[in-house]
Design a protein around this ligand. Sequence first.
Ligand SMILES: Cc1cc2nc3c(=O)[nH]c(=O)nc-3n(C[C@H](O)[C@H](O)[C@H](O)COP(=O)(O)OP(=O)(O)OC[C@H]3O[C@@H](n4cnc5c(N)ncnc54)[C@H](O)[C@@H]3O)c2cc1C
Length: 491
Amino acid sequence: MFFDMNTMDRTASIRQYDVCIAGSGPAGITLARVLAKEGKSVAILEGGGLEYSENSQNLYQARNTGANIWDAASACRLRYFGGTSNHWTGRCSFFDAIDFQQRDYFGMPGWPAGSREEIFKHFKAACAIVDLPKNAFKVSHKYQWQGPNYRYSDVSLSPPTRFASKYLDELKSSEKIDVFINANLTDIQLFEGLDAVKALEITNYKGGVFYFSAKNYVLALGAIENARLLLNSDKQIRGGVGNQYDMVGRCFMEHFNVNYGRFVIEDKAMWKEGSIELNPTDNLMQKMHIGNAVLKFHLNYQAPEYGKLPELKKAAREFVCRSETLTELTRKMVDIDCSGDGVITSLIEQSPNLKSRIILDTEKDQFGLRRVILNWNINDADNRTIRVLGREVAKEMARTKVARVHLKDYILDDKIKIGEYGHHCHQMGTTRMSENPKFGVVDKNQRVHGIHNLFTAGSSVFPTGGGCNPTLTIVMMSLRLGKHIASVTPL
Ligand SMILES: Cc1cc2nc3c(=O)[nH]c(=O)nc-3n(C[C@H](O)[C@H](O)[C@H](O)COP(=O)(O)OP(=O)(O)OC[C@H]3O[C@@H](n4cnc5c(N)ncnc54)[C@H](O)[C@@H]3O)c2cc1C
């Protein structure tokens, strides 16, 4: 069944569900479908409508401190049915075995034992959900990479799957699932013992307030909002729900997109198949104490124009780039890219860092919830990962005579500040998994420590972020979470 909370009678009685899920992105929708298949009754509570609206999107407005170059907290996410999958790009990848190992140099515990095996049980089903082709991740390269420190990345492309258009009809006609739109989660109410959720407070845009109760509850609101709702729900517990060790919102992680510089190809056979993507090997990561990553070598890059007077800038750039001597001379003063250059971009793992965190602002939204301040903090371990990856790949390319790499000065010299830490809109870590509640918010089954019927879903639970796009893993973990919740929800 399908309900619009904006038109719902305030006195309407709401049935009790087996599971209430707040949020209808890839995590929430995947979870609801598994639970329904397992015979459970489910309410999906989605804060937005079926389309984008300023009203809903405005609730995501946040302040950024720390290293942001643009408004990561407000700009990345979409707040309506289907969530951020309404504009994701569809690049799919997965965590490597080493990502699940304890890496002491990160200074925080990693994934709980056994996570990898449990998550990857759902690999095939997750690939089908995001419509990956049958031969996904089986691309063979004609040219074999020779180096000990890098290997080809495992990547496949989803069409990209829009969860709203793919699954709305199925959800609407499901006998087990009720979908509520314009249903904003505004508070989590606990029983007196403070160890279980009693109800979710849901508010529509007309000020109507409703209470949903269930045997189990899941927050699937994305990494920033999962933390925000737990922190805001502090009427009964100081500091918010699940925050007894001040861990909610900490260890916010993104994937860095740092510009490494340019390259000129040498071994033409290597580049016949076009641009290439490389991951560091376990050997390099362990030896150098660095995180995982993808370094993308784009061939024939089209230099973009930013800011004012783009046409004039384009003409000046084209003039300079026509002559090699003029290009070299200009680059001594300003670092310009020319169309046709090879350019190296990246997706780099950030270490879990207690200072990189979400806290609440004093400013409130229309429902009285305090807004978010995102302090994206980047530490020495991160800078080390960024620089080592660049220096080592340049050496390896030179040694194998595949390309000549011209690295940016901030990669070569530790004393020069890294200019721009781009990001990928991969928000992770704010309700991280840890068996020990001192280092995390949820246990290995994604259950909030201390609250026996509350779970969080999505990349907020990732204790480390790997060198891969997160959504395929979010889907695998939601399938796993659905099976787990079904097994602990009595009929
Ligand atoms: C431009 C862009 C490109 C991307 N490309 C890729 C890619 O190529 N590959 C990849 O793996 N990932 C990509 N991502 C990331 C991907 O979109 C996310 O990993 C994914 O959408 C997360 O799913 P989710 O369900 O956890 O959260 P979301 O998709 O963010 O869904 C959260 C849901 O919660 C709802 N909600 C929020 N607050 C409330 C509330 N208080 N009450 C009720 N409902 C609420 C929202 O409306 C939304 O429907 C991209 C992201 C962006 C922005």
